[in-house]
Design a protein around this ligand. Structure first.
Ligand code: MG
Length: 154
């Protein structure tokens, strides 16, 4: 068994789409990124790579590479799953965002992750928090995700 930890933060900008865990969340602001900016999937990728001690998302997908422009982060995750072939035990995560409130979207996010990871819903935890108005996240300038996973090598 191996444990992995990942986090990610992106700036937010008015008029961009907000992607989280592979779904689009209705929001005035979305992530600024080379890819679609899905912080939860990026943190998940880093957690998987961390469990295998294989570096991080930037090692595999350098941010200045043209072919990753606007890429769906689910595609990046699929590449990493294909390479590492993990058997997941469970996943816990925290997303910190001031607006919109994410709680109503948590079931959809979990459903999406369940499909992507071939892992049952009761083994996936997604927690949504605000930053109580403090700092760049509190001002609505950024979104952050943290993920911890336990997996077995295949
Ligand atoms: Mg990222």
């Amino acid at each position: 068994m191996r444990i992995g930890l990942g986090n990610d933060l992106h700036r937010l900008e008015v008029g961009r789409p907000l992607f989280l865990g592979g779904i689009r969340i209705p929001s005035k602001k979305g992530e600024i990124a080379t890819s679609d900016g899905d912080v939860l999937i990026h943190a998940l990728i880093d957690a998987i790579l961390g469990a295998f001690a294989l570096g991080d998302i930037g090692t595999f997908f350098p941010p200045d590479t043209k072919e990753y422009n606007g890429i769906d982060s689910k595609e990046l995750l699929k590449i990493i799953l294909e390479k590492t072939k993990p058997i997941f035990i469970n996943i816990d995560s925290v997303v910190t965002l001031e607006k919109p409130k994410l709680l109503p979207y948590v079931p959809q996010i979990k459903e999406s992750l369940s499909k992507l990871l071939n892992l049952s819903l009761e083994k996936i935890s997604v927690k949504a928090k605000t930053n109580e108005g403090l700092g760049e996240i509190g001002r609505g300038e950024a979104i952050k995700a943290e993920v911890i996973i336990l997996l077995k090598e295949n």
